[in-house]
Design a protein around this ligand. Structure first.
Ligand code: ZN
Ligand code: ZN
Length: 262
């Protein structure tokens, strides 16, 4: 399995996942021209995409969806609680909508939806399985519950939200209601929350973390990385030795991660 971040953060989210027989996008919160340019850099076109799997209906995850689907007629997969929203509220996707409530497959890629606590109609993280290769995506998650954690435990790679630094959030210029929303149990995961999750994942076999959905106003990529690295160090988990941590970019396509089936 291969995974590549195209964009991550409140300005737009899109991740590419490929197996031997399946090529999908998770979320399409970027412009059509941008996602096409990312695909082109990888020798692909929009026609090659077998499905778009959506986490939830917030704009930063679906902004470019209707334009992509209008052009390529790509099947769109949403949780069944989101069917009506997409059918009636999002143009040009109704004919291509598919719903899931539980595990489903796109060719040889098995997709296990994970319900996340987030202030949307419904929000999903996902575990992706190709034979023994397992990768998970968890963003827009206000609280790492034991159910969510147990669902992703054992993944070789986890693309994990590290949204805000607690001090920067309280000091930033956001209105109080927004700060409360972000920090609530249905908002986003902080750097500190994320670091504790990485500790547990690393102790259970995860070898690659991609820090994702980093806020531009209450976090920086370096701060997210350093917070995780320093916390893990206090637990004798060394970044680069026991677990590798990379940071997902907002505006650039990142390197391709290979998840081997071992
Ligand atoms: Zn959201
Ligand atoms: Zn989001």
């Amino acid at each position: 399995m291969r995974l590549c971040n195209f964009a991550s953060g409140s300005k737009g989210n899109c991740t590419y996942i490929e197996t031997s027989k399946s090529k999908i996008l998770v979320d399409l919160g970027v412009n059509l021209s941008y996602v096409e340019s990312c695909l082109k850099e990888m020798g692909l076109s929009g026609k090659d995409i077998d499905g778009i799997v959506l986490s939830h209906e917030h704009n930063d995850h679906i902004k470019g969806l209707q334009y992509f689907v209008r052009k390529y007629k790509t099947p769109v997969y949403v949780h069944n609680s989101l069917y009506e929203y997409f059918y009636f509220q999002v143009k040009d996707v109704a004919e291509n909508l598919h719903t899931f409530a539980d595990i489903f497959e796109i060719n040889d890629l098995k997709i296990i939806p994970i319900d996340l606590p987030h202030d949307s109609i419904h929000c999903n993280g996902f575990k992706f399985v190709e034979k023994n290769a397992i990768a998970s995506i968890i963003t827009d998650c206000g609280n790492m519950t034991s159910t969510v954690y147990n669902s992703i435990k054992g993944s070789a790679l986890v693309y994990l939200e590290s949204n805000y630094d607690e001090e920067m959030l309280y000091a930033c210029k956001y209105p109080t209601w927004l700060k409360k929303r972000i920090a609530s149990k249905t908002g986003h995961l902080s750097n500190e929350d994320c670091a504790k999750v990485i500790e547990q994942l690393a102790l259970n076999g995860t070898r690659q973390i991609i820090l994702a959905h980093i806020s531009e106003n209450s976090n920086t990529p370096l701060l997210a990385y350093n917070t995780a690295k320093a916390y893990l160090h206090t637990k004798n988990i060394i970044e680069g030795v026991h677990v590798r941590i990379d940071v997902a970019s907002q505006y650039n396509r990142d390197t391709i991660f290979k998840i081997s089936a071992d």
